[in-house]
Design a protein around this ligand. Sequence first.
Ligand code: 6PG
Length: 246
Amino acid sequence: MSKHVEVLPNSSALVDRTLQVVLEEIHRALEQRDRATVVLSGGNTPKPLYEALAAQDLPWSKLHVFWGDERYVSAGDPASNQRMARQTWLDKVPIPAENIHGMATDGESPEADAERHEAQLRDFFKLNPGDFPVFDIMLLGMGDDGHTASLFPHTDALQVCDRAVTVGHKDGQPRLTLTVPVLNLSRCVIFMVAGANKQTALSRVLAPSGDEDTYPARLVQPLNGTLWWLLDSEAGSSISVTDTDS
Ligand code: 6PG
């Protein structure tokens, strides 16, 4: 795994740098496999990045978009991660509808919908039993509690390693989330983190040692992929820049 930690001077520089890395990784995937599989994060931080991606000229038919997690709300709910990505990006570009692989939340239960999305991933990646999907680009955010995707502190989802999709819980509310093994199989993981409220969690997550159950983003250690931590100066004020290959 190669790990890169960069602190950008402000939020627009963070967006520009993240866009640059994302585009480099998309083109790398297109060169190697003639398609790019991109997993999106939710929340607020990536919104300007998605708006910037909407202005790009990409071979949209070769781009496939997925989500790292989804709140268990209807697709039209303001809290929906899929709705946010469609409004800021996907509805503005000619990406084929079948290339947008959302986590449906209209089934019988969160557990049933997690299984349904898992089946969709198995079909798309043509997986053998026991295999996990390998995504090209895994975009992640981090909460001020050190969670990522919907892998929240001290929840059962952190331990799930026998499936690709499970049910996470935030304050008891269900969410669908990719599991730790899937995050760590990604060819490239890009954390985009901004804001002073993330400082403390970030220092715990990036510390040489710490408690993964308390700071779940520590669990994201790509096995063979590249790990990027792209931070704005508010979030990364106490973080030292690193470039390591291990
Ligand atoms: C979500 C995200 C979540 C997010 C962090 C950071 O569904 O909210 O996937 O993991 O990345 O909570 O959110 P902000 O970018 O809004 O701080």
